[in-house]
Structures are given as structure tokens and as C-alpha cells.
Design a protein around this ligand. Structure first.
Ligand code: DON
Length: 319
């Protein structure tokens, strides 16, 4: 596998020094614990332990390095939007972009404002409305879309015990008003083809998958490896598709804070309100950080700080 032209091959050193590096990063990022708030708009997430912090890296040879709480499964929430999009692009290709846009929204991830004025076409696949349209496509394309997604998450992570957290799923369902409003609005504009309840249930189930930092660093490595999964050895998506998904993560993966994050970290990334963030160094690394306390945009505070430290140190390696 070649490194991409904008990311010259990094000398990450020997395995032992990489492991020590990750351990040091966790220690430094712990300084931000105690800041931010755990998401409570989904009540089942409200009692997540705010003092957790994990980091996992997957290198181009498929090796994993991790420290802190990297083995503890957590609710992946919006990280699932990347898997949903990858599956929908695999089965539908660029025709998907007739139903969902490619631009940052500059608005909170669950905002309804643009949907009305923009005729039910969500700005991008990483806000809730966009992911609901993508899920609608998958509901139409697969007989058992949730099982398909769970199987893919298991295969890509190499962990056969990846599960859907039924309590989180039920909690999201009970507090679905805003997502349901988005779905009905899109249905009114002709941009939702299946039953709203069916689509919402599949969308919530994808968000309720539980995976650890180690699972996620491995599962998302296809985005660092031109579409190829180190776990299965297969091309999961074509190289150009991986490049485009990275571009979308760069512009829209961190919601209304995408610009701040791009300035501070400069990597394609996707966050979830469970406190996970996946970031990609194309051609080199997939990274997952997790810490449940979030900032006002819904992005993990200590997780973002850990990624800042990682980006800074990778930058120094390149100089
Ligand atoms: O639909 C929701 O609101 C959640 N299941 C997912 C939101 C989320 O993770 C946004 N990310 N920061």
C-alpha cells in the first residue's frame, strides 16, 4: 500500500516505542478529564463514566497499539454514519448524492432548519438527517440492513461479539421526536422512500452498536488503506471512494466545529455522542479515541485533545 501524496510515509519507529508513545498520549490527554458533559439527551447514555479515556492506533501493517480504556466497548453513535455511508456508496454509487448533499452544514447535528428551506435534502451524510436518508437507502437495498451492518462491523473489526445495545436503542426510540421530525419532513419532500419507523429503527440500531477503541481503529482502517481492510484482507470499498469519504469527514465529520477541528488537528475525523472519535492519517494510520464528556458541539473534549497531541507529534515526525 502506498502512502498518499499529502502524507509522506512516517517513521513511526519500533513497535515498543509506538506502544510507549500511545501510553504517554493517554497520560497527557487525561489532563482534560473533568471538562465537558456526558450526553444526556439520550438517557441511556447519561450514566456513562466521564473519567474514561482510551486510545487505539492501527498501523499500515494492521498492528494495533492501545492504552487507557481502549478495550471497553461504548456506544458508537454517529461513528456508524461512516459505515452506513460506505455501504450505501458501495451499493448505490454517486446516485446517492441526488438525495443528500456534500457540504458542511455549520449547524448542530440534529438541526432541522436547513431541511425546510432546502426541500428535504440534508446538507451531508454525517448530520442526523443525512444519515437517515442513507439508512433509508440501505433499508430499500437489503432485506436485513441492521444485521448486514452488524456483520460488517464484526468482520472489519475482527471481533465477532460486536453487539447492539438494546437499552440505548430503546432509549433513542423513546426520545426520537427530533429525528422523527426530520424523517417526516424528508418524507413530505419525497426524500424518504420507506416507512419512517422502519428507517428510524435501523438508524438507531446502527448508532447503538457497542465497540471499543481497538475494534474501531481496526474496523475503520480501510479509510487509511485505500479502501482495503487489514482484518479481512479484502477491498471493502474502492480507493477513490475511501478518498472521498475522508474528504467528507474532513469537512463535515465534526459538525459545526469541523473548521476548528481541521485547524487544530488537520485530519479527517468523525465523532459520536458516545464520546468516540475516529481519525484517519491517509496511507498510514487509523486512530480511535474515546472519552465520554463532550463539548457544546457534541465532540469528546479529552478525545479531541488527544488527537491534537497526536497530530502535533506526527507533524514533528514529518519535519
Ligand atoms: O441520532 C442521534 O442524535 C444519535 N443517535 C447520534 C448523534 C451523534 O452521535 C452526533 N454526534 N456527535
Amino acid at each position: 500500500m502506498n502512502a498518499s501524496p499529502c502524507a509522506p510515509s512516517l517513521d513511526l519507529g519500533a513497535s515498543s516505542s509506538l506502544q510507549a508513545w500511545v501510553e504517554r498520549l493517554v497520560e497527557r490527554a487525561r489532563r482534560r478529564l473533568g471538562q465537558g458533559r456526558v450526553a444526556d439527551y439520550i438517557p441511556a447514555l447519561a450514566d456513562q463514566p466521564a473519567d474514561r479515556l482510551g486510545i487505539a492506533l492501527c498501523t499500515r501493517d494492521g498492528r494495533l497499539y492501545s492504552a487507557g480504556d481502549a478495550e471497553e466497548p461504548f456506544s458508537i453513535q454517529s461513528l456508524s454514519k461512516v459505515l452506513l455511508l460506505s455501504l450505501a456508496l458501495r451499493s448505490h454509487g454517486d446516485a446517492l448524492w441526488q438525495r443528500v448533499g456534500l457540504n458542511p452544514s455549520g449547524m448542530p447535528f440534529n438541526s432541522l432548519m436547513q431541511l425546510e428551506t432546502e426541500h428535504g435534502k440534508p446538507r451531508n451524510p454525517f448530520i442526523n438527517a443525512g444519515a437517515i436518508v442513507v439508512t433509508d437507502h440501505l433499508v430499500g437495498a437489503y432485506a436485513t440492513p441492521v444485521k448486514h451492518l452488524q456483520d460488517i462491523a464484526r468482520r472489519l473489526s475482527g471481533n465477532p461479539s460486536v453487539l447492539i445495545d438494546r437499552e440505548v436503542l430503546a432509549s433513542e426510540w423513546r426520545h426520537r421526536a427530533r429525528n422523527a421530525a426530520a424523517a417526516y419532513l424528508m418524507q413530505a419532500f419525497g426524500n424518504l422512500h420507506n416507512e419512517v419507523d422502519q428507517v428510524l429503527e435501523a438508524y438507531f440500531a446502527s448508532c447503538a452498536l457497542r465497540m471499543s477503541c481497538r475494534d474501531l481503529a481496526r474496523a475503520f482502517h480501510y479509510l487509511a488503506a485505500e479502501g482495503r481492510s487489514p482484518t479481512t484482507g479484502e477491498a471493502f470499498i474502492p480507493p477513490a471512494m475511501a478518498q472521498r469519504i475522508n474528504a467528507l469527514m474532513f469537512t463535515s465529520g465534526m459538525y459545526d466545529a469541523a473548521g476548528d477541528f481541521a485547524y487544530r488537528v488537520g485530519l479527517p475525523a468523525k465523532s459520536g455522542v458516545g464520546g468516540g472519535i475516529v481519525a484517519i492519517v491517509p496511507g498510514e494510520l487509523s486512530i480511535c479515541v474515546w472519552s465520554p464528556a463532550l463539548d457544546a458541539s457534541g465532540n469528546s473534549v479529552a478525545g479531541q485533545y488527544a488527537l491534537e497531541l497526536i497530530a502535533e507529534e506526527l507533524g514533528q515526525l514529518r519535519r
